[in-house]
Design a protein around this ligand. Structure first.
Ligand code: F6R
Length: 353
């Protein structure tokens, strides 16, 4: 049941503090160490998934090069492009909420055939993907009924972040701050929901009649922008495009006219300053500038609408920054009179190619 919420999507957004706490509690250090060791000694690391699960894999793909690891993100349905690379010295992290997405299962099979060590990250115990993988890390988000992935995305990002932090610690880095942050994620997610729901709702009202919006981020913030844009398209049927903020002048800014919504994600501390110059560039064209920014920072002043979220390091920040974007998509769908739980043309699990 919806437990008093008007829709499963809203219920599942509000369940995130709880599901994230469950994910943290369920992490198995010995298993994470084994996978992190394999990742550290791999020749190539593939991050494989479809849709939202692809975005989760991308969050890790943006971090691994910092450890001098060759990370190759692969959209499940495009694995064939990379087939000649697959080798027994490689590791694939294959992300799928359901563990039943046919494109993802086929990619995993093709990799295993070539000797790639396949690690599944899935929410469903005993799913096809988990049965066919060398190892499985479960995300433990609980069942998700809404078609749009919400709590399953944030728990995937948390799991992959934990893997990254484990790799850091195996390399001898002091990870105590990361570990502290990971433990605080559920509580900060709760605060984020409480503090940003009102702004997300107001913003949804402002966007309700807009045909299109840009979602922008740089570096590790880009997957968050991509996920926010996907949610808006999927449930509110507003065209949304995510791209790396540095690309504006290479084409997309041509579309920007006064009032055009541009939503900036400031989740990556390493790229915030450069993102600010992209905000200015959009402002100069009269765009409506919106951003998810760390609370009590100066970034808020540079935006027309600031969505303030708790400050957080780069590994787990995507979880906190995506929450208001999930709510924005939800409220925009409701404002426009759509049922966010049953987006047209979509099924919860895609079992045909
Ligand atoms: C979007 C969404 C889809 C799924 C994708 C993969 O909200 O839910 O993009 O993420 O179909 O599904 P799984 O993770 O089950 O492989």
């Amino acid at each position: 049941t919806k437990g008093g919420y008007p829709h499963f999507m809203l219920k599942e957004i509000y369940e995130q503090p709880e599901s994230l706490a469950f994910t943290v509690a369920g992490l198995e250090p010995a298993q994470l160490e084994a996978v992190a060791n394999a990742v550290l000694s791999a020749r190539n690391v593939y991050l494989v998934g479809a849709g939202t699960s692809y975005h989760a894999g991308l969050t890790l793909a943006y971090l691994l090069p910092r450890l001098r690891i060759t990370a190759i993100p692969i959209i499940s349905s495009e694995y064939a492009i990379y087939e000649n690379l697959f080798d027994r010295d490689d590791v694939a992290i294959v992300v799928s909420q359901s563990g039943e997405t046919i494109d993802t299962i086929k990619a995993a099979r093709a990799m295993r055939e070539k000797g790639v060590r396949v690690v599944a990250v899935t929410n469903v115990v005993g799913s096809t993907l988990s049965r066919e993988s060398d190892a499985t890390i479960y995300t433990r988000a609980g069942p998700e009924i809404g078609v749009a992935a919400t709590k399953t995305f944030t728990t995937q990002v948390l799991t992959l972040g934990a893997l990254y932090v484990t790799a850091l610690s195996l390399l001898g880095y002091d990870v105590s701050q990361h570990v502290d942050e990971m433990k605080k994620v559920p509580d900060l997610a709760r605060k984020t929901i409480e503090n940003t729901a009102g702004t997300a709702k107001d913003l949804a009202r402002r966007l309700r009649n807009r045909p299109s919006a840009y979602y922008l981020g740089r570096g590790a913030a880009l997957p968050v922008a991509m996920e926010g844009a996907l949610k808006l398209k999927e449930v509110a049927y507003i065209h949304a495009e995510a791209y790396s903020a540095g690309e504006s002048k290479h084409g997309p800014i041509a579309l920007v006219e006064p009032g055009f919504p541009t939503l900036f994600v400031f989740s990556d501390p390493q790229t915030r300053e450069k993102t600010l110059s992209n905000v200015a560039e959009m402002k100069a064209r009269g765009a409506l500038t919106i951003g998810t920014v760390p609370a009590k920072s100066d970034y808020a002043k540079k935006l027309d609408v600031a969505i303030e979220v708790p400050e957080m390091g780069d590994v787990f920040a995507p979880i906190i920054h995506v929450i208001p974007l999930q709510m924005l998509a939800y409220f925009a769908a409701v404002e426009r009179g759509y049922d966010p739980d049953k987006p047209r043309n979509l099924a919860k699990t895609v079992t045909v190619e």
